[in-house]
Design a protein around this ligand. Structure first.
Ligand code: ATP
Length: 243
C-alpha cells in the first residue's frame, strides 16, 4: 500500500493557545480513496484539516504529501503541490461571477508521482459535475444560495487541479436536495481519480461517498476502519457521535 498513499499524518498534534485540540493523530489517504473524518461538533475535524493544510500556528507531528514531508511548508506551498482545501465557511468572491470565480482558481495541470497526467479540470468539464452551476455562469457569487456557494467553492478548488481535496463539512447547513447533489458529485469526483478527505457529521452522507472512516472524539482517533465496519458499530457511534 505504501506507494499509493498520497497523504499521511504521523503523530499530529495541534493547539489553540495553550489548549490542545488534537492528540497524536495518525491517518492516511490513498490514491483514489474517499475517506471520512467523522465526529460530533468540536471533535476536532476542522482542526485536523487545518493542521494538514498547515493553517494552525501551533502544531506538532509530521504531514507527508506525495511522499514528501511538507510539515514545514506554508499552506500555499501545499496547495501548489496539489493539496486542495475547501473550508467550512464558503470562500467565494461575491462580486465576481461564477465564471470569474473559476478563473481565479485556475492552475496548470498536474501529474501523479508516477508521471502520469492527473485529471484536468476546465470550466467545461466542471459543468458536467455541477450541472446546476452552468446556468448561473454570469451570476455574481453573492447572489447564490449557501449550497450553491459551497458547490462553487469546490468547483474553484478543482480548477487548482488538486490531487487530493480536503473538504470540511460540505453538507452542513445545506438544503437536503443540494446534499444529495453533493453526494452524487463527490462520487463522480472519486470516479475521476481525485482523492477526498471529508470532514462530516452526517453518517448517511459520508457512507454514500466514503470507503473508510476515522472517528474522532475530543481530538483523538477512536475508530479507524471501513465505513461498513463503522455502520456495524452502533455502540461506538453512541459513545462518540451521540447517535
Ligand atoms: P465543528 O463541526 O464544530 O467544526 P469539529 O469537529 O470540526 O467541529 P473543531 O472545530 O476542530 O471541531 O474543534 C476542536 C476543538 O478545538 C473544540 O474544542 C473547539 O472548541 C476548539 N477550537 C476550534 N477552533 C478554535 C479556535 N479558533 N480557538 C480556540 N479553540 C478552538
Amino acid at each position: 500500500q505504501a506507494s499509493s498513499v498520497l497523504l499521511e499524518a504521523q503523530g499530529l498534534c495541534a493547539w489553540y493557545g495553550a489548549a490542545q485540540a488534537l492528540f497524536d493523530l495518525h491517518l492516511q489517504v490513498g490514491r483514489g480513496e474517499a475517506v471520512a473524518l467523522m465526529g460530533r461538533n468540536g471533535a476536532g475535524k476542522s482542526t485536523t484539516l487545518k493542521a494538514l493544510m498547515g493553517l494552525l500556528p501551533r502544531r506538532a507531528g509530521r504531514v507527508c504529501f506525495l511522499g514528501r514531508d511538507c510539515s514545514q511548508e506554508a499552506p500555499f506551498q501545499r496547495a501548489r503541490a496539489g493539496l486542495g482545501y475547501v473550508p467550512e465557511e464558503r470562500r467565494i468572491f461575491t462580486d465576481l461571477t461564477v465564471d470569474e470565480n473559476l478563473e481565479v482558481g485556475r492552475q496548470a495541470p498536474r501529474h501523479w508521482p508516477d508521471g502520469r497526467p492527473a485529471p484536468v479540470w476546465t470550466p467545461e468539464r466542471l459543468w458536467t459535475l455541477f450541472p446546476h452551476l452552468e446556468p448561473m455562469r454570469s451570476r455574481p457569487g453573492g447572489r447564490m444560495s449557501g449550497g450553491e456557494q459551497q458547490m462553487l467553492t469546490l468547483a474553484r478548488t478543482l480548477m487548482g487541479q488538486p490531487l487530493l481535496v480536503l473538504l470540511d463539512e460540505p453538507s452542513e447547513g445545506v438544503a437536503p436536495v443540494i446534499v444529495d447533489q453533493m453526494a452524487e458529485m463527490l462520487r463522480a469526483l472519486k470516479a475521476e481519480g481525485v482523492s477526498v478527505l471529508l470532514s462530516e457529521q452526517n453518517l448517511g452522507f459520508a457512507a454514500e461517498v466514503c470507503d473508510r472512516a476515522y472517528l474522532l472524539d475530543e481530538g483523538r482517533v477512536r475508530f479507524e476502519g471501513t465505513m461498513a465496519a463503522l455502520l456495524g458499530e452502533p455502540a461506538l457511534r453512541r459513545a462518540h457521535m451521540g447517535i
